[in-house]
Design a protein around this ligand. Structure first.
Ligand SMILES: Nc1ncnc2c1ncn2[C@@H]1O[C@H](COP(=O)(O)OP(=O)(O)OP(=O)(O)O)[C@@H](O)[C@H]1O
Ligand SMILES: [Mg+2]
Length: 239
């Protein structure tokens, strides 16, 4: 089984070495819990090993994203120039064009755009952050689930990258994902959180599921270190 190291400090050792190549992983969490930093950390590690990555930026402007990363201590520009990172934004008219189109058409179009982007830089890693805005005009839960299911299945089938998607959990809920279907399709799930520990908040990462890997479900503390990213504290296991 070929693995892709996440490169996130402290994480690979607790999940048996990394992600299974070609599979999809889910990073879920409420807003501000570190999903974007986790996703970018994963791509930057790949890039540092010469593995190209595509980042589908869904809910932020390109310039503000690149600038935000720079402020964090991650200079994306040289990687973009060297073709190791490709930040793809959704065309502003995409959602308008796709409104009231059948699920297969919308999914087909997104998957085709992603496939082209992946091919263009020969990427082996893909990030979709977050998945929710891609779900257009689907009013019923059943349809939304069908849509997300179809999207994730087609990404594995037609693109073949080791993919990480992020999903925002509504604040205060105990769901594992936004649509309640992502977790079943993902080979592994991480739930990021914040918990109040007496006098301060600590960041937590719950390794909720890791299919076929020798990883037990557990919750650890983690830190966010500028310029470095996510640092999982294996020595600070909470549960
Ligand atoms: N330079 C920094 N040093 C320490 N912590 C930082 C720094 N920059 C950002 N953070 C922390 O990281 C958090 C944001 O992480 P991130 O953007 O990855 O969260 P997210 O889960 O993607 O949020 P959203 O749901 O809004 O997209 C901030 O709320 C802040 O607490
Ligand atoms: Mg984010």
């Amino acid at each position: 089984m070929e693995l892709a190291e996440t490169g996130i400090e402290g994480l690979d050792e607790i999940i048996g070495g990394g992600f299974i190549r070609g599979r999809t992983y889910l990073v879920a969490g409420e807003t501000g819990t570190g999903k974007t930093l986790f996703a970018l950390n994963y791509l930057l590690h790949g890039a540092s090993k010469g593995e190209g990555g595509v980042y589908l930026l869904v809910d932020e402007e390109y310039d503000s994203f690149v600038e935000g990363a720079r402020l964090f201590g991650w200079d994306l520009k040289p990687l973009i120039e060297r073709g190791l990172l490709y930040v793809v934004t959704m065309l502003p008219d995409f959602f308008e064009r796709m409104r009231s189109k059948p699920v297969e058409t919308v999914v087909g179009s997104i998957v085709e755009d992603l496939r082209e982007a992946v091919e263009r830089v020969g990427a082996s890693r893909l990030v979709i952050d977050p998945i929710a805005p891609l779900v257009v005009g689907e009013e019923s839960v059943v349809k939304m689930r069908d849509y997300v299911r179809s999207l994730l299945i087609n990404i594995e089938k037609k693109i073949g990258t080791t993919t990480l998607i992020t999903s925002e959990i509504p604040t205060g809920s105990n769901q594992l994902s936004r649509f309640g279907v992502e977790e079943f399709l993902a080979a592994g799930i991480f739930v990021l959180g914040l918990r109040y520990a007496g006098s301060r908040y600590v960041r937590t990462i719950w390794v909720r599921k890791m299919r076929w890997r020798p990883a037990e479900p557990a919750i650890y503390e983690f830190e966010i270190k500028p310029g470095k990213g996510i640092v999982v504290r294996k020595d600070r296991r909470i549960a």
